[in-house]
Ligand binder design. Structure first.
Ligand code: HEC
Ligand code: HEC
Length: 261
């Protein structure tokens, strides 16, 4: 009986520990992408809730960003007050242009203290349309600022043809480096030892076997690297459709690339 009680107590402790850990993992939404019909006659006010829905769904933004929880947004900028600060980020750039650039060309300006590598969300796998991006801008402006964008606001990046990626160029042999950036591995993992939201993969090929690296990618939470939270990698890769869409050839190319490190 005493033994059973000990086991019971231990179970409670372990559960409490996991509950405690879960408090530190931002709540991730990984809804499957849905097509939202966007009419060109929407008013700015009507654009806001649609933009909000895209941010939480198809845009996959919440797999990385928090909205108004500055305490947990340590690895990625918190966007809770972005409408108020967007016009002050880059001298001479309006809030609309800054927000547009942060989606079409995210690495043009890297927020101080964060790592470059946010994926261009107008390209696959996220592939927001120009109209969807306008509604997201309206929503982001509403977070502490005044929405001014309309469905007719011209943005210099509109109409860019999506570049072929590993996922959309079936003829070309897959390239591991491209797979690495297409699925945003680079937003969390450096290859040069720099800190990030995930452990650096510098020298991974000399530290681990191909089987171990395969397991880390297939089941990110099976073995946790000390000091990192569970759930983050799996949530982002699910949101990016990695597990559904990556082909065997792409996966092998990715492994070749990592084992060369
Ligand atoms: C895979 C992770 C990831 C995803 C997904 C992602 N971002 Fe980001 N985002 C980042 C990182 C990292 C930065 C900081 C580096 C930089 O400035 O490029 C950033 C920066 C930003 C900034 C600038 C914030 C500031 O304080 O100036 C905005 C705005 C932004 N993201 C919006 C979005 C929106 C909207 C989406 C969804 C459509 C999105 N992001 C999806 C990783 C991500
Ligand atoms: C949103 C951030 C994020 C993204 C995106 C991400 N990872 Fe991770 N990754 C992590 C975290 C956090 C860990 C450590 C926790 C764990 O082991 O699950 C990790 C662990 C790993 C490990 C184990 C490293 C070691 O030292 O044992 C490998 C390998 C890895 N990731 C590869 C990848 C690859 C390849 C991709 C893209 C297909 C990817 N990750 C995308 C956050 C991320």
């Amino acid at each position: 009986m005493k033994h059973a009680l000990q086991i019971f107590g231990f179970t409670i402790l372990v559960s409490a520990f996991y509950w405690y850990v879960s408090l530190w993992v931002p709540q991730k939404r990984t809804d499957p992408p849905e097509d939202i019909v966007i009419s060109a006659s929407l008013t700015t006010d009507e654009m806001i809730p649609i933009g909000e829905e895209i941010v939480a769904g198809k845009g996959t933004c919440l797999t990385c960003h928090t909205m108004g929880e500055s305490g947990t947004g340590l690895r990625f900028p918190d966007l809770g007050n972005i409408g108020a600060i967007a016009s002050e980020r880059v001298a001479g750039q309006s809030d609309v242009d800054y927000l547009a650039e942060s989606m079409y060309d995210p690495n043009a300006y890297v927020v101080e203290g964060f790592v470059a590598g946010m994926p261009n969300v107008s390209r696959p796998p996220v592939a927001l349309t120009d109209q969807e991006i306008l509604t997201v801008i309206a929503y982001l402006q509403s977070l502490g600022g005044t929405p001014t964008v309309t469905m007719d606001t011209p943005l210099q990046w509109q109409g860019q043809a999506p570049a072929p990626t590993a996922a959309t160029a079936p003829d070309a042999p897959p390239d591991g480096a491209t797979v690495f950036t297409t699925y945003a591995c680079n937003t969390c993992h450096s290859l040069d030892g720099a800190a990030g939201a995930g452990p650096t993969l510098q020298g991974i090929g000399s530290r681990q076997t191909r089987e171990e690296v395969t397991a880390s990618i297939r089941e990110p939470d099976a073995i946790l690297v000390e000091g990192f939270a569970p759930g983050v990698m799996a949530a982002t890769l699910n949101a990016f459709g990695f597990y559904d869409n990556v082909t065997d050839a792409e996966f092998e190319a990715l492994l070749d690339y990592l084992m060369e490190q």
